[in-house]
Design a protein around this ligand. Structure first.
Ligand code: ATP
Ligand code: MG
Length: 252
């Protein structure tokens, strides 16, 4: 069965794209038999730029999924492919609320070819955000140890609750909360936020945390995940550990 994971938090700049990018590579590297597809569902196109180098001149793109087409994914390793986005995705929002169902319907066509589909979500609540949640089996919410991010997490889970209505996506599950950009020397405030998140979300918080490090910002400029850009760096190792933790969690 294909597992679809929406990487979503109602807060900007909390490492959603960096997580989707590194985790996609890590799942693909964990087992060569796993076929992984990344979908850029954010018109900003950061995932597209990290994987394909540019948003310009894409032969196929995410807005086609919303227009009932089946764009050909672009393979960036033997078992990892991406459907990137250009600015046209912005205009999908103007088509009316029915588009919230289109992404999930379109992804049905990819289930025979892929085992894991990761969707990089945009931050703003709207039709694209809802479409990502409706299309998915799981939500993974990255967050950084800062007070505003914790509030964004609460908003995310309130929306997940709304989406779990019988006629929407009653089986949607929270895969987990990923603490990311955790400093080597956390401040008192960082520690307080991490403690609060662990208390509130307990077992949902992944054991694996992602450390703060400039390598995470650098590697996408070379179209490489951290594990390949700097194989010995702990952040690359952490994303590999996260892939394993997720695969275990899904098995349960
Ligand atoms: N582990 C890390 N350590 C330090 N910086 C990081 C780390 N991971 C990601 N970053 C940087 O943090 C910033 C935000 O990350 P990213 O773009 O992945 O977040 P996002 O949630 O997708 O943002 P947006 O809401 O704009 O889509 C980027 O500059 C990214 O390079
Ligand atoms: Mg992003």
């Amino acid at each position: 069965m294909t597992i679809i994971i929406d990487i979503a938090t109602r807060k900007g700049g909390v490492n959603k794209t960096t997580c989707t990018f590194n985790l996609g590579h890590s799942i693909a590297l964990t087992n060569k038999k796993f076929r992984v597809l990344l979908i850029d569902n954010d018109p900003q196109g950061d995932l597209t730029i990290a994987t394909l180098g540019s948003k310009e001149n894409l032969k196929t793109h995410t807005s086609e999924l919303y227009n009932e087409k089946t764009p050909e994914p672009v393979f960036i390793r033997d078992n990892l492919a991406v459907i990137g986005t250009n600015d046209q995705l912005t205009f999908i929002q103007d088509k009316g609320f029915e588009v919230i169902y289109n992404l999930g319907a379109a992804l049905e066509n990819y289930k025979k070819d892929f085992d894991y589909i990761l969707i990089d979500s945009l931050t703003h609540e709207g039709y694209l955000f809802t479409a990502g949640l409706l299309a998915s089996n799981y939500v993974l919410s990255p967050m950084i140890p800062e007070p505003f991010a914790a509030r964004g997490l609460k908003k995310t889970f309130d929306i997940v609750d709304k989406v779990r209505k019988p006629r929407l996506n009653p089986d949607l599950k929270i895969l987990g909360v990923l603490l990311s950009t955790v400093p080597g020397n956390p401040t008192t405030l960082n520690k307080a936020v991490i403690d609060e998140i662990k208390q509130t979300y307990s077992d949902l918080v992944f054991k694996t945390q992602i450390s703060k490090g400039t390598v995470a910002s650098e590697s996408p400029a070379y179209l490489q995940p951290v594990i390949e850009y700097e194989p010995k760096h702990k952040i690359g190792q952490q994303y590999m550990a996260l892939a394993k933790e997720i695969l275990q969690r899904i098995k349960r």
